[in-house]
Design a protein around this ligand. Structure first.
Ligand code: HEM
Length: 487
């Protein structure tokens, strides 16, 4: 292949500057927007260079299918530089970033057993129960809604993976995990990866050297990550020994194969903690996007509630048996995934070998970015894409169309391993909240509504910065006790 390069051009893209490449052309707060602009200028396949990294950007669903699915054996690795950064911060356990290899296959097999579509059905009663606990938390302390979403998302995954029921607040295991995740989100950033890619030797400088603060952070992160991997696992081991363990991904996996197989039990330990790290933040962030949309688009909220009233009446809460009878709520769910995807650039893939696509050369080891944001802004498919408009998911005859916005979970062999659980967690929380509360803007002392101007956190995953809103019960005199009676 490399000799073909002489005759085969790279895909079109912005002209790189010497050394830094195209870095200056990227909006650091919202790189997905810059990449989408490039897509408008150069087409759906874009080549760029950031420092010494070759980057190929995929800007359409069709192209993602062609490369990541139809040529999946070549497009399922992860970029070396990001893997290296993960390892440096103690996150080498992370299924999301491990190379396309037998180790990754073993992780995916473990995920498949616990998280595949049929297995996911068995968790639904638990997800509904936890969504109702979420309602009680929202009723009792509405201002803390972002924290309640975190608790809810974390507790669903902890239950599936470890059979562990975290305390509603200050749970010791959740605190260990959150400490590690928070530090990693702060530290494992693209610019840090780029820096380590350019100067890999800095990983080996002694931590006491002046200016080596990142090395000290890395050591702290390694310690926190180690605790995160071990603490919940030890809890399960102890409860298995005591005969009190609740069936979970970890107990099932360990019972299936002898625990003497160290490689296997290590993979169980690693994939289970990855489920938590990959699944709780993303699910909670998607719920924040949903709340923001309901605050900004009250007419959508009212329409969804009218549908709920017509199906449920006013004396019971929804459950999964109602899902098929609630097409508008379904469209609100899809529009939440589309309007502001929480992983707007997915997770980067990498090529194993060089390739040629439509006459363009794609180098070996190139970073492949799936620009989900560009797919959500495809004006040929979505009219006025900045608007939150669930109606776009209906055909002219009023049926739901077949666009499930599945691309928000990536594509190909590395597609999100937890997508069925994520779908059910987001849906059950959304529908339970819509049935119980009106979500409204806050008011000032004169009774004027306070404006909500969303701003978005920059990172691999994003979410709206905290904003204020009210959760007003839809039934007068609603108390936690009355709510619990409706469960
Ligand atoms: C709304 C919530 C979620 C969103 C939007 C989301 C999105 C994504 C995306 C975009 C990817 C990258 C796919 C690719 O490389 O093409 C991914 C990977 C992954 N997700 Fe999710 N995810 C969510 C929830 C979850 C949950 C609940 C779990 C729990 C098991 C999970 C586990 C994973 C894992 C393990 C991977 C890595 C797969 C691999 O590299 O083979 N995710 N997710």
């Amino acid at each position: 292949w490399p000799s073909r390069r002489k005759h085969t051009p790279f895909p079109p893209g912005p002209k790189p500057l010497p050394i830094v490449g195209n870095i200056l052309g990227i909006n650091p707060g919202a790189p997905w927007v810059s990449y989408t602009e490039w897509g408008k200028t150069y087409g759906e396949l874009v080549y760029s260079r950031i420092l010494n990294q070759e980057i190929i950007i995929i800007n359409s669903e069709e192209l993602a299918r062609d490369l990541l699915e139809r040529r999946s054996s070549n497009y399922s690795d992860r970029p070396e530089i990001i893997r290296m950064t993960n390892d440096f911060f103690g996150w080498s356990f992370n299924t999301v970033m491990i190379p396309y290899s037998n180790r990754w296959r073993l992780h995916r097999r473990l995920f498949h057993q616990a998280f595949r579509a049929e297995a996911a059905l068995s968790y639904r009663p638990m997800q509904i129960r936890k969504a109702r606990e979420l309602l009680v938390n929202l009723l009792e302390a509405p201002v803390d809604f972002p924290a309640h979403f975190k608790t809810y998302s974390a507790s669903v995954i902890m239950s599936i993976v470890y059979g562990y029921e975290p305390a509603p607040r200050d749970d010791p295991i959740i605190s260990i995990v959150e400490r590690a995740v928070d530090l990693a989100i702060e530290s494992i950033r693209p610019e840090v990866a780029a820096f380590l890619g350019l100067f890999p030797f800095v990983r080996y400088v002694p931590s006491w050297l002046p200016g080596a603060s990142f090395k000290r952070t890395a050591l702290r992160s390694q310690k926190y990550a180690g605790d995160m991997v071990d603490a919940p696992f030890q809890y399960v081991e102890k409860s298995m020994d005591a005969g009190t363990a609740i069936p979970s991904m970890v107990t099932d996996s360990l019972r299936r194969v002898s625990t003497d197989d160290e490689k296997y039990s290590q993979a169980v330990r690693e994939s289970s903690v990855t489920a938590f790290a990959a699944g709780s933040e993303t699910t909670a962030s998607t719920l924040l996007v949903f709340i923001l949309a309901m605050v900004l688009y009250p007419e959508v909220q009212q329409r969804a509630q009218a549908e709920l009233n017509s199906v449920l009446g006013t004396d019971r809460l929804p459950n999964f048996e109602d899902r098929a009878s609630l097409p508008y709520v379904e469209a609100v769910y899809r529009e939440t995934l589309r309007w502001f995807p929480t992983a707007p650039l997915g997770v980067p893939h990498a090529t194993t070998n060089a390739d040629v696509y439509n006459g363009y050369f794609i180098p070996q080891g190139a970073t492949i970015i799936t620009n989900t944001w560009a797919m959500t802004r495809n004006e040929a498919k979505y009219l006025s894409p900045e608007d939150f408009c669930p109606e776009r998911f209906f055909t002219a005859s009023g049926e739901l169309n077949d666009d499930t916005v599945n691309y928000a979970f990536g594509a190909g062999r590395r597609i999100c391993a937890g997508r069925y659980i994520a779908d059910a967690s987001v849906w059950s929380a959304m529908v339970s909240i819509l049935a119980t509360f009106n979500i409204t803007k806050c008011k000032d002392e004169q009774g004027n509504e306070l404006p909500v101007n969303p701003k978005w956190v920059a990172g691999v995953t994003t979410r709206p910065y905290d904003f204020q809103c009210n959760f007003v019960p839809r039934f007068s005199g609603l108390t936690a006790e009355k709510l619990t009676q409706m469960f």
